[in-house]
Design a protein around this ligand. Structure first.
Ligand SMILES: [Zn+2]
Length: 269
C-alpha cells in the first residue's frame, strides 16, 4: 500500500469503483477451503451492499457500456463477477435484477456445466437466461490458468478459445475479458484487441478513472469481511488508491516467486 499511482500526481481526477465479486451465499465453503473463502460474500451482506449502491447516486454500467462513458466518472459504478459459478444465477442475479443494477459476468468457458473445486458452475441454459436478462457475459479464460506464467501463445489460445466458446453457444459478441487471478503481461494486453476484445479487467484493488488502461482496468475485490462503512467509502470514490499505469516492481517480484513455486493455484481469486 505504499506505491503512489502516477495518475494521482496530476490535477484531481474523478474516480469510480469497479467492484469485483466471486461467490455470493455459497454453500460450499468447507469444500473449497483455503484462500478462496475470503471472497465468499454472504447473500444478506450482498443485498445490503447493492442497496447502498442503488442509493449512492451512481449509475451502474456493464463494462462494455462503461468504456465510452468514463468521463462521467463521478456518477459511475460497475459490478463484475468472476469465474461463472452457479450461485450467481441463484443468489446474486435476483438481487441485482430487483434493483436494476447492471452487471458483467466473466465466465470460465471450459468449466461451464461442471463442478470445479467444490463449486457448481453455471450451465449453458442458465447463461442463456442471464444473457436474455441483460447480463453482459465476458470471457475469463478457458481453463482458469494464470496467463502470465505460460507462453504468450498458450495465453492467446486461452483468450481465443474462451471467447469463441461463449460466442458459439450464446450467439452474442464477447468483447470483454477478465484475467484469471488478475495476472497479465504487457504482450498479452497488446494481443487482446487483435483477438477482438475491447477491454480487459485486472484486479489491482484500486479505483478506476477516465484514463485507466482499458486492457488493465482496476477493480476492487469485495471480500466477505468488508465492513459496510468501508464499502460506502469505496462508493464515494475514496478509501483506495487510484489506478496506476504499468506494472509495479512488487508485481514483478510476486510473479518471479510464483514462477519459482512452479505451480499455479486455481480459484485463488
Ligand atoms: Zn477467476
Amino acid at each position: 500500500m505504499t506505491a503512489e499511482p502516477r495518475a494521482a500526481s496530476g490535477p484531481a481526477v474523478s474516480t469510480f469503483p469497479i467492484l469485483l465479486y466471486h461467490r455470493i451465499g455459497t454453500s460450499s465453503r468447507s469444500a473449497r477451503g483455503g484462500e478462496g473463502q475470503r471472497f465468499d460474500v454472504n447473500a444478506d451482506a450482498f443485498a445490503s451492499q447493492m442497496d447502498l449502491l442503488a442509493a449512492s447516486g451512481r449509475r451502474s454500467f456493464a463494462i462494455s457500456d462503461l468504456l465510452p462513458c468514463r468521463e462521467a466518472a463521478a456518477t459511475t459504478v460497475a459490478v463484475t463477477f468472476d469465474d461463472g459459478t452457479a450461485d450467481f444465477y441463484r443468489t446474486a442475479w435476483p438481487i441485482l435484477r430487483e434493483r436494476e443494477i447492471a452487471v458483467t459476468l466473466y465466465v470460465t468457458s471450459g468449466l461451464v456445466g461442471k463442478s470445479y473445486l467444490g463449486s457448481e458452475m453455471l450451465s449453458w441454459e442458465q447463461l442463456e437466461e442471464l444473457r436474455d436478462g441483460g447480463v453482459e457475459i465476458g470471457a475469463h479464460g478457458y481453463h482458469h490458468i494464470a496467463l502470465d506464467l505460460v507462453s504468450l501463445e498458450r495465453a492467446a489460445i486461452e483468450c481465443i478459445n474462451s471467447k469463441l466458446a461463449l460466442e458459439d453457444r450464446l450467439q452474442r459478441a464477447v468483447t470483454s475479458f477478465a484475467y484469471p487471478f488478475g495476472y497479465h503481461t504487457d504482450p498479452l494486453k497488446r494481443l487482446l484487441p487483435k483477438i477482438g476484445y475491447s477491454s480487459a479487467c485486472a484486479v489491482k484493488n484500486a479505483l478506476s478513472h477516465p484514463r485507466d488502461d482499458p486492457f488493465g482496468l482496476a477493480r476492487l475485490t469485495v471480500s466477505g469481511d468488508l465492513p459496510a462503512r468501508r464499502f460506502e467509502q469505496l462508493l464515494s470514490g475514496n478509501g483506495a488508491r487510484m489506478a496506476w499505469d504499468g506494472e509495479r516492481p512488487r508485481t514483478r517480484v510476486w510473479r518471479a516467486y510464483r514462477h519459482a513455486r512452479s505451480r499455479t493455484r486455481r480459484f485463488e481469486h
